[in-house]
Design a protein around this ligand. Structure first.
Ligand SMILES: [Zn+2]
Length: 277
């Protein structure tokens, strides 16, 4: 989506004490009697925590609608530990997605992935655009939700710098071979018949991937998010792919979190998966 300029006086900066940006609400928490804490993925300013004061009062103009998945242009004031929401103009609330249990489940999985791979205050416009597109696709093509979410996971990992190797063996670079394939979580890709033998300890534990799912993985690496295979994938294939992507993401995020924790040397800190919300 094209970048838009600030609508409130051109997004005045004043030494970055205030800023205007597009944001998608990832989570919201109640605070006290009438406030909310929002976790927002902004397009240009990264993931932020912001308090929205008085929004749970019945007289609040926008409060009731500041729900997860809502995309809005926001004016935020930078605080010491948390930003403060000054103004909100809701662009879309994705109500259709939030009010459908199945779609909401898929959208929540997308939000969790993005939340998991981002760090606070680290701008990542590509991930913002990807999440927005993902939510739009769920709304437009609800019957494709399963495939869209798998494809989204694939692209999130690529955007975060982790390309799955699905066109050649992740161990030796050779041809992956026909028929059912084997996926190495450790190497993040398919491994060929000769590498899946016990001689190569580095491939780790392998997951069997049936040929149609392996083909779909390869298709994903060659196509843009939002495209749809000419031959619609069978439901069983979509399910298998969904389960594989879940395991890949889980494995990868856990590894990322561990390395982040070590890097930051923050006891008990460093992006664990969000609780509550
Ligand atoms: Zn190989």
């Amino acid at each position: 989506m094209p970048r838009r300029e600030g609508v409130h006086g051109g997004g005045k900066r004043r030494g970055e004490r205030e800023y205007s940006d597009l944001g998608i609400i990832l989570r919201s928490y109640k605070l006290g009697e009438s406030d909310k804490i929002l976790r927002v993925l902004t397009r240009e300013h990264g993931k932020r925590s912001a308090v929205a004061k008085g929004v749970r009062k019945t007289t609040s103009r926008f409060g009731a609608r500041l729900e997860p998945l809502t995309m809005a242009r926001m004016m935020l004031h930078v605080g010491r530990s948390m930003d403060t929401v000054k103004q909100v103009e809701i662009e879309t609330s994705f109500r259709e997605v939030r009010e459908d249990l199945d779609l909401f489940f898929h959208a929540s999985a997308m939000v969790e992935m993005v939340d998991g791979v981002t760090q606070e205050h680290e701008p990542h416009p590509e991930l913002f655009d990807l999440l927005l597109r993902g939510l739009e696709l769920l709304k437009e093509f609800p019957v494709r939700a399963l495939f869209i979410t798998s494809f989204f996971g694939f692209k999130v990992m690529a955007a975060a710098g982790y390309d799955l190797r699905v066109d050649s063996c992740a161990n030796c670079g050779g041809a992956p071979g026909g028929g059912d394939a084997s996926f190495s979580l450790h190497l993040g890709g398919l491994v060929c018949d000769s590498c899946k033998g016990g001689r190569y300890r580095e491939v780790g534990r392998l997951i069997t991937v049936r040929a149609p799912s392996a083909g779909l993985l390869s298709w994903m690496s060659l196509h843009g998010f939002g495209e749809w295979p000419e031959e619609p994938p069978a439901l069983a294939t979509q399910r298998e792919l969904g389960m594989l992507m879940d395991r890949v993401l889980e494995h990868w995020m856990e590894r990322e979190f561990k390395s982040r924790r070590v890097m930051r040397e923050m006891p008990g800190g460093g992006g664990g998966r969000a609780k509550g919300g």
